[in-house]
Design a protein around this ligand. Sequence first.
Ligand SMILES: C[S@@+](CC[C@H](N)C(=O)[O-])C[C@H]1O[C@@H](n2cnc3c(N)ncnc32)[C@H](O)[C@@H]1O
Length: 219
Amino acid sequence: MVPEEGYFDRVAEQWDRMRAQFFSEAVRERALAVAGVRPGRVAADIGAGTGFMAEGLLRRGLRVIAVEPSTAMRAQMARKFAGAEGLELREGTAESLPLPDASVDYAFANMCLHHVEDPLRAIREMARILRPGGVLVVTDLDEHRFEFLRTEHHDRWLGFRREEVARWFRGAGLVDVRVECAGEDCCARASAGDAHARVSIFVASGRKPGPGTGGCDAV
Ligand SMILES: C[S@@+](CC[C@H](N)C(=O)[O-])C[C@H]1O[C@@H](n2cnc3c(N)ncnc32)[C@H](O)[C@@H]1O
């Protein structure tokens, strides 16, 4: 059980509305474009929440394994996608994924990394489950100083430095690593006072060495 599980259990029913205030579908579109997803392939959505990434992947004809530790978030996702084909929900954390080695073509983690205890371990785990040629795409916050995101939204990390994320990707054995601007900001207002966060979002991508499965358009 992760410490924030209680928080996400509490907000699960409002998460879709909260998410829409924090960031838009443009982040998802950018992540999918960077991964170069192809129909018929298998993707893991890590820290899937109520299935924001999973939804975009299913629409593009991929099979999705959604991994999420919060029982209430998974229940919400199960309700939203009842009857949808190609989606499997699994309980688990990014640091210890309930998936075998080399079992997916893509792994996505949108706004999950700043909630995990050990980001490098999570990135290594996500790289582990990729097939040779598979692509990992992490979308998350650039480093910031908005403490209220920690106290009110249970963020463990106040964003990340892009160079560090790139180092973690390379340390996990990924190649063609790029960390660039997602072209979108995450916005949040503190519950008390007038603090208002606007934090840029990065999209980090890397490919597991081996024959391609769909390609990362990294140089
Ligand atoms: C900010 S929400 C993002 C949810 C979803 N990816 C989205 O874009 O709407 C973060 C999610 O990460 C999950 N989470 C927290 N700790 C985690 C961990 N250690 N491993 C995987 N997921 C985790 C939370 O339960 C929550 O659903």
